[in-house]
Every structure is written in C-alpha cells, then in structure tokens.
Write a protein that binds this ligand. Structure first.
Ligand code: PLP
Length: 410
C-alpha cells in the first residue's frame, strides 16, 4: 500500500477563507436583501491595462501563423522580458543583474512556495508573524517545522510583529538559516525602512542565513526611505533572493506572471562545507519541474514596461491607494488604531477592546454588511487585528467606510 507524506497531516485545515465563506453564506440566507461589500479579498478588481491587452492580442495572432508561432520557450523566461525587467526595475536603482539571474515564473505563490525545496530539511526557518501563509505551509509539507503545539510549529522561529514593536520584527536570538521577509507586508500593510532592512542583511551575512524577500507589493511603495528592492542594501546580493509579481502592480492575478531574482553570488553550504550557488540549484529545479510561462503571457508582461504600460500601472496603483487612504482616514476618524495602507494596499486595524478577530468579523458583517479578514488567520500574532483591502471599487470602498462610520456600534 502506498503511504502518504505525513507532513501534510500536520497542516491545519485551510480554515480561514472556508470559514469566511460559510459565515457570509449563512448571513446572506438570513438577510437576503443585504448589500454585502467585500473588503476581505487580496485579489485585484480593475482590468488589465490597455497596453497589456494590445500586446496579448498581437501575441495571440503570432501564434496563429507558422512563421511566428512559439512552442516550448526557455524555462527561465524569454530574454525580451528579462532584459526589460533588469533595465526598468533594477538598473535605475544601481542594481546590476545578469539575464541568467532572473527567472520568470507563473507566480510568486509558486516561487515562494517552491524555493524551500533547494534547501536541506534541517534548516531552521524564521517567518514574521502574522504573514502570508504560503511560506510556513510549504515548509510544513517539506518536514522542516516540527509539530504544531498551541498554534505554533516547534522548530519555526516566529518573529512577532505587532503594535508594540511597530510591526518591525526583532532579529532572532536563535540562529535562523532561512528568513522570509515580506515587504510591503501582507497582511499588516507595513514596511521596513532602508536602515531596518540593513540590519537583516547584516544578520544574514553574520550568520550565513539566506533572506527570502517577497516584494510582491513593491509597486505600492510611496515613501522615499522604503527600498523597492532588497538589493538596494549593500551586501544583499550575497544573501538575498527577491520575489516579484505582475499580479498586484498590473492586474495579472488571473493571467499569471512573476519573476524571482537569484544572484549567482548567493551561496549555501553543502554537507561537506563547500559553498554552492543557489542560482544553479534553482535553475536545475525550474528546468526539471517547470516548462516556462506562455509566450503570450510574457508578451503581455513585456508591455508593462512600455511607456504606456508604465503610466497605466501607475494609474492602477494610484486608484487602489486612493481607496487605502479612504479606509485609513475613515477608520482613524472613528478612533480605531490603524496601520499599513501608506505603502501597501492592506489596512491592518486593532479590533476594539473586548473582541477577538472573529468577533469583530461577525460585528462588521452584521452591523455594516462588510466582509474583511480576521487577523488570526495569518498567524498567532494576528489575533486581535483585522485586515481590510484597498482592492475594491472606489464607490464600494467609500460606501463601506460610510457604513462603518454610521452603523458600527463601537
Ligand atoms: N506574495 C504575497 C505576499 C502575496 O500576498 C501574494 C498574493 O496575494 C503572492 C505572493 C502571490 O502572488 P502571485 O499572484 O504572483 O502568485
């Protein structure tokens, strides 16, 4: 009889979104005329920018002609896209990358989830808490985390981020081999300044750690002292991998395109103590298990870097950031403690005293007919907090805040 990977049994059920759906469905049954506004989702709502659409159409036509048809492409991505990424996202920030240091993929979810495969199972991982659940769950599947006891895996270092430390994780006292940092952060919407990020690069250099830096929300950064790439920090090219995505800056959540930067200078140790470049391992992993992003989609992503594309994605981000401002200011005006939403499309609020995250979820749904996401779903330190997203339409966001102001009994 075949046996299963027992590590999968250690995963708590994906309770969060299933439970939200259950509660919302029940509420709808009881209140069929209620107009529910959803500010819980992390998905975008605006369509793809016109420059991307035009390029996708052209690429589809190319596929209809034997002379311009594309079959299997390079697993690492087409150079036409990689070169644009390097020239637009990195060169202007004085970051030099070679074409073979950028790997185009079908999403940062896959890449942040898969990257752990190239490390030994005996590494100690550190995650900020609360955080995007993929980092932890994929390490649980790999057998790197130990057992779940009282909501925490025994071998994982949880770096608490809450209002007491202003959502700035403290450096671990124990040695962490692999550290996941997501900035701007999902779910808290907070970021690290250049100086704060520098301490992480220094820690990694001192301890031989690798930083897995998820910058999926980089396009939302508004303030000057927040780095857009970890490679803006001196020495980061020796210790950090960076994940970027077209999902949130250009609306590719359903179109699927992202990229991961693996500098050739980032190395980890073999059992015999030799230093080995992660770039070759990741290349080996991708060429074995992945057959590349469709040509059509990469042509769509390339158009993000055209002059029109760059303007159109700025407008897209600015639309959502106007929502973020409406949410932030509205909640602050009624006395709630609000974080994030300045350099990120997420607003993280402290739930009123006496309530936990789920009780506040129920209250918001019942009194204002608004759906958000309980903070406890993102890790133990998320309890007592709540996430709202700026990805709705401007009309529904304004309406939601008006309802919170007038209907929520605080
Ligand atoms: N990383 C973070 C922090 C996210 O919040 C998300 C999506 O919500 C992703 C990665 C997934 O990105 P992609 O759509 O490129 O898979």
């Amino acid at each position: 009889m075949a046996t299963i990977n027992e590590n999968y049994l250690k995963l708590p059920g994906s309770y969060l979104f299933a439970e939200i759906a259950r509660k919302v469905n029940y509420f709808k049954e009881q209140n069929p005329s209620a107009n529910i506004i959803r500010l819980g989702i992390g998905d975008v709502t605006l369509p793809l920018p016109p420059a991307v659409i035009a390029s996708l159409h052209d690429a589809v036509d190319e596929m209809a002609n034997a002379d311009t048809f594309h079959g299997y492409g390079p697993e690492q991505g087409y150079t036409f896209l990689i070169q644009k990424i390097i020239d637009t996202d990195y060169k202007p920030r004085n970051i030099q990358l070679d074409v073979d240091e950028v790997f185009v993929s079908d999403g940062s979810k896959s890449d942040t989830g898969n990257f752990q495969e190239i490390f030994g199972v005996d590494n100690t991982i550190a995650i900020t808490d609360p955080v995007y659940p993929v980092y932890l769950d994929t390490n649980v599947m790999a057998g790197r985390t130990g057992e779940l006891v009282n909501g925490k895996f025994g071998k994982v270092l949880y770096l608490t981020c809450n209002q007491d430390n202003n959502f700035v994780p403290e450096l671990p006292k124990e040695k962490a081999d692999i550290i996941y940092i997501c900035m701007p952060n999902n779910p808290t919407g907070t970021t690290l300044t250049r100086t704060q990020l520098k301490t992480w690069v220094e820690y990694a250099k001192k301890n031989g750690s690798i930083l897995l830096y998820d910058a999926a929300y980089e396009a939302y950064i508004q303030q000057d002292d927040i780095p857009h790439s970890i490679y803006e920090i001196e020495g980061a090219k020796d210790v950090a991998i960076e994940f970027r995505s077209f999902s949130k800056n250009a609306g590719f959540t359903g179109t699927r395109c992202a990229f991961t930067v693996v500098p050739k200078s980032v190395k980890a140790k073999t059992a015999s103590g030799e230093l080995y470049p992660l770039n070759s391992l990741w290349n080996r992993r991708q060429t074995t298990k992945f057959n590349g992003v469709p040509y059509i989609i990469q042509k769509g992503a390339e158009a993000v870097y055209s002059a029109n594309g760059q303007k159109q994605i700025k407008d897209l981000v600015s639309y959502y950031m106007t929502n973020a401002k409406v949410i932030r200011e509205g909640l602050t005006s009624i006395g709630l403690s609000v974080y994030g939403g300045v350099n990120a499309p997420y607003i993280w609020l402290k739930v009123p005293q006496g309530l936990d995250s789920w009780a506040f979820f129920d209250k918001l749904l019942e009194e204002a007919h608004i759906v958000g996401t309980p903070g406890s779903g993102f890790g133990p330190a998320g309890e007592g907090y709540f996430r709202l997203t700026a990805f709705g339409s401007q009309e529904s966001t304004v309406e939601a805040i008006e309802r919170i102001k007038t209907r929520l009994k605080l």
